[in-house]
Design a protein around this ligand. Sequence first.
Ligand SMILES: C[S@@+](CC[C@H](N)C(=O)[O-])C[C@H]1O[C@@H](n2cnc3c(N)ncnc32)[C@H](O)[C@@H]1O
Length: 586
Amino acid sequence: MLRFAQDIISALLGKRSSEERENDAGNERPDLKRNKSEDVGPATNTDSPAVAESALGGGSARPAPKFNYILKVMNLPQGQIKPTKKFFADLGFNKIDKSPTKTFATITFDSEAKALDAQKAVDGLIYQQKYKIETEVMKRKEKVFKPRESKFANDTRTPTERLADQVTPLHKLPYDEQLKKKHEVNTNHLSNIKRQLMNLPDLSQAGKEQIAWAFEKTPRQLPCELAEPIASPELNGYRTKCEFTIGKNIDGEKTVGFLLGLFKEGQTGVQEPSECLHIPDSAKKIAAAMESYVRDSKYEVYDRVAKDGVYRGLLVRTPSTGEVMVLVQLKNDNMTTEEYEAEKKKIQDFWANFDQVKVKTLLLQTWNGQSNGITDQAETQILFGDGYVTEELLGCKFRISYNAFFQINTPATELLYQKCADWCKLDPSKKTILLDLCCGTGTIGITMAKSVDKVIGVEIVPEAIVDAKANAERNGITNVEYYASKVEDKLDVLTRSYDEEVVAILDPPRAGVHKSVIQAIRKSKIQRVIYVSCDAKQARDNFLGLCRPSSNQYEGIPFRPKQAVSVDLFPHADPSELVIEFTRDI
Ligand SMILES: C[S@@+](CC[C@H](N)C(=O)[O-])C[C@H]1O[C@@H](n2cnc3c(N)ncnc32)[C@H](O)[C@@H]1O
């Protein structure tokens, strides 16, 4: 409980969650999509003791204040974001924003009086001995959402059909056709590596010689062997994490499900998931129960246009162990403390007594900001249970918190990890170190830890590293070392002079890793990289970075793809994982 409270405080202090948000339609690989508004920092008042106190799970949560009053601080130099922020932080102001190209900054407050007091303190100060600060107090304009005319106006499909096409766009194809289609897409991505290498600008003769393999004629211009795709053992009901929207269906009834179409297209109707192929029955039952609950409630569901209403979202985790996590997201800034406390108790009683599915742990998130989905920036309390569910993969047990990244198709994930282990080809006669880069809750490294001398995991989300350490301990794994850091800020892990053989598994978010990571791998002694990509198009620059000829930017001997395979974690949906083994001799 204490650990969880610490996690929440970390979240409130602006640390990022392991999961970038999934869109409402239940798109795959939620870790990879982050709403821009969540990127720019906490939207709740991180300075408020009331929020910090209630985040501890006790106390009475008060509605989070809105920071609608802005002090515009003008006549500053361009750039200099850090020094500017420090200057104002030293004066006691923390909610500062500055664009690198602008000569002003903004400081936000939850009342006009505070903004005016700040103006008195700041106006006329001389910044860096030459910039005389001028100020202006403004009230934030309420954003008005104007739905565009719906592009679905002439759509003859039923809402259920539309939702199926949206969340499972391949559902009309037999499964082997779906696999072929994904295989074809990955074949093209792979052959593009070769094409792009051949067409690199300013490719010198020496450079060409380093990547001579790319100029060899091969079937379909593939740079390496591409194995037959690995099918998902389960085709339906495989999603172990579902994030539902609470809103109204197109008939105006309170509904829990997925948003039809995109909000920006003016589509605000929510459709029940009851017919969605990829959603498990337990999650459907929970969504249906929540729907009955909100229909019986005196409170309104959240209206995304008016930005009003109480019930906003529902997260359900249903790992293969049968444990179930439910998280309900509320907007509470228009409720009194008594109303909020009473509602909290009602939700708690409802799920504690729910007899169709046993809920192991219930969480309540209060979020008054603008982002759509469940967010790690908001106050999140445990109403019962310990705040975790357990998943089992390849004989290891993993605890998962509500905001941790975890693959959503367990049997297919086991095949994916097994493939990574096979391709690591660990030689038992040699000492080996496995670098688990972007390790999340430690899954890949922990499942392979017994075959190596040491696993070193690096992950950006501190809470995921806490989970990873707990997971290692729970599985009796002691040869692990974890760092809560961006990989690009922990490059020494790659470039240390190890005595052992080092193999790197890189399982980054959709956009791939920062190029400095690829540059460091190139400079290191690493001879083998297993790259797990969920979007080979976006990972293209990383692939090219590994393979391009040596240069000032990309030192070291280039890698080349040795083998590749697609693993399908998302039947009926578009994405598919592409695993590529890159090797080099040094
Ligand atoms: C696709 S997930 C893989 C997680 C883990 N390997 C697994 O299979 O469960 C990508 C992970 O990369 C983390 N991540 C994103 N950007 C990162 C960065 N710059 N440095 C380190 N980790 C990062 C995310 O938080 C997420 O846990």
